[in-house]
Design a protein around this ligand. Structure first.
Ligand code: HEC
Length: 119
């Protein structure tokens, strides 16, 4: 009997582990936190004010400021980058690799945060 309970526990722990792989890596199972995600995943290339328009270390890679964008449009664009269907200047892959670990819920929270707080 003990053995059965133990293997059931191991099996469910494995399931939980497999499931959490799709959840935001630093905030597993916590409510989506747009500010934390922005500071961890976006700030190094877009700056705290969203006005950085070139990829750190490469003046060749240019993009538009991301401050003051509409939340719904931004969320859609980020989901498209995550999916891989946007590639405005040839560097969509950089965005995709950043967004691939975020759930849609986290992307919505992130877009809301940027739209309201990054002016
Ligand atoms: C490694 C650097 C890097 C990181 C990290 C990064 N970005 Fe980007 N971002 C880029 C590059 C490069 C582009 C241009 C992509 C292309 O060619 O379409 C871009 C484009 C964008 C655009 C479209 C800008 C335009 O010109 O219309 C938005 C919006 C954006 N990023 C938001 C974010 C958000 C939000 C995050 C955090 C989840 C993030 N980015 C993380 C480098 C980065």
């Amino acid at each position: 009997m003990k053995k059965i309970i133990l293997s059931a526990l191991v099996a469910s722990a494995t399931l939980i582990a497999a499931d959490s792989a799709a959840v935001y890596k630093s905030g597993m199972l916590l409510p989506a936190n747009g500010e934390a995600i922005y500071k961890k995943e976006c700030i190094q290339c877009h700056a705290a004010n969203g006005k950085q328009t070139s990829y750190t270390g490469s003046s060749r890679i240019k993009y538009a400021p991301i401050n003051g964008l509409d939340a719904a449009k931004l969320a859609k664009e980020l989901k498209d980058y995550r999916y891989g269907s946007v590639n405005k200047y040839g560097y969509g892959q950089l965005m995709k690799s950043t967004l691939i670990d975020l759930s849609y819920e986290e992307i919505d929270a992130l877009a809301e945060y940027i739209s309201t707080n990054i002016k």
